[in-house]
Design a protein around this ligand. Structure first.
Ligand code: GSH
Length: 209
């Protein structure tokens, strides 16, 4: 199976980490989305990464579909719980973490425009989403069980929720490290991040400045 990805995409990193944690080997093909011959559109009409190309040439997107597919490839060490209630909790964490990434990506793209073309109202709106999302996740993580141990987002078990939050934190640090001080402002999330960064799957997929 081939994964089309960009090095700093938090969504693609989520897929890479899930594959690594599940010991599923993927062929990684880094793409340049702006390149005229970029293969992504061939496989995903939306032109977004990540895309998983299956051996029969069929493709899967987006990251949420791909991680569910990978998680069910092997029965052991599920990252998405089988229990419905726990699964919904995990996917809600993922939805919020991904949503923070969506707002952060939109902000970053807006800020890359020349000053006179930037929509400052939209930048503010998107950054509000980022901060509200971080605050909600930080508060929620503060309430999670097993404080003091290696506590995880949902039911004290390492899951896709932790992976999604970790990928989001990596992206926020990469793009907004100068304006958002995670350790100072969102200390519960920082605590989670420190633990996640000890895992080989996180170390092997660090964003590149
Ligand atoms: N919801 C999608 C988001 C994917 C996404 O927005 N990827 C970005 C890279 S970080 C992208 O490919 N952007 C190109 C575009 O929007 O044309 C997922 O979870 O896979």
């Amino acid at each position: 199976m081939k994964l089309l990805y960009t090095i700093n995409s938090p969504y693609a990193r989520k897929v890479r980490i899930v594959a690594a944690e599940k010991h599923i080997e993927l062929t990684l093909e880094e793409v340049v989305l702006a390149a005229p011959d970029c293969p992504v559109k061939q496989y995903n009409p939306l032109g977004k990464v990540p895309v998983l190309v299956l051996p029969d040439g069929d493709s899967l997107y987006d990251s949420r579909v791909i991680v569910e597919y990978l998680d069910n490839r092997t029965p052991l060490a599920h990252l998405i719980p089988q229990d419905h209630g726990a699964k919904i909790k995990v996917r809600r964490w993922e939805a919020l973490a991904d949503g923070v990434c969506d707002a952060a990506v939109t902000t970053m793209l807006e800020q890359r425009k020349s000053a006179e073309k930037q929509d400052t109202v939209n930048i503010e709106r998107q950054m509000d989403k980022v901060r509200r999302g971080l605050q909600a996740l930080n508060d929620e993580f503060g309430k999670s069980k097993n404080i003091g141990k290696n506590n995880w987002c949902v039911n004290g078990t390492f899951s896709l929720a932790d992976i999604a939050v970790g990928c989001m934190l990596g992206y926020i640090n990469l793009r907004f490290g100068a304006v958002i001080n995670l350790a100072g402002e969102y200390s519960n999330l920082e605590r989670l991040n420190v633990v996640l960064l000890k895992r080989q799957s996180f170390k092997d997929s660090l964003p590149v400045a």
